[in-house]
Ligand binder design. Sequence first.
Ligand code: 13P
Length: 260
Amino acid sequence: MEKHRKYIIAGNWKMNKTAGESVELAEGVVKEVGDQTVVEAVLCPPFTSLDSVATVVEDSPVKLGGQNMHPAASGAYTGEVSAEMLRFFYASYVILGHSERREYFKESDAFINEKVLAAFANNLKPILCVGESLEERESGSTLQVVETQTRGGLANVTNEDAESLVVAYEPVWAIGTGKTATPEMAQEVHAAIRGILTDLFGSEIAQKIRIQYGGSMKGSNAKELLSQTDIDGGLIGGASLDAKSFAEIINAARELEEAE
Ligand code: 13P
């Protein structure tokens, strides 16, 4: 089986680590990753740690990402940060539409779409998060929810920009709960997402877009998830807060890549 897509393993530190603590964690990750570029490794620390983490990853293959941003270029948006502010620290990626933003901060698909377009306009690659709640899965509406979020988040994205898009499928019931979707369950949704991307951007581009899985991914389950045809990486919460456990996931991806 040949996948043609480079694995991307991103750590979403969420609201964890002070700027000081972040240095230690980022240094650990840089050391674990070394100079390998077979798997793309990305760190998404809190905004307050972007500066210090940027300095640590500067001369390494480890890339930097934000956890959120506001779509406006600047202005009276207390507490928010812009794409340009993220780019100042050479961030390459930005997580958009995480389920915690959707749930606790009431972000809509339309607002997330504004962010996606603003990210592309500023040379930031969006990691668009989609995923169903437990209630939605149990009522059989998983694919419908994921389709609405994917189409809503990607409205008016050009084919040219779409190539650098990353989508993260994160079933809400699997986040921070220790419950992981089985590889088959995840693959089913990933394949459906690729189908939607094919409809939106055509097959050639859809085959290039990476789709990460997120939700209690760790060293012990990474390989079976990452070996699925349409799973091209992971968006890692808890297990990214320790350099060694994060590296276990990167190494699982690396072993799969090298075995191909
Ligand atoms: P956990 O890995 O802690 O389940 O979090 C997943 C997540 O939400 C990453 O964005």
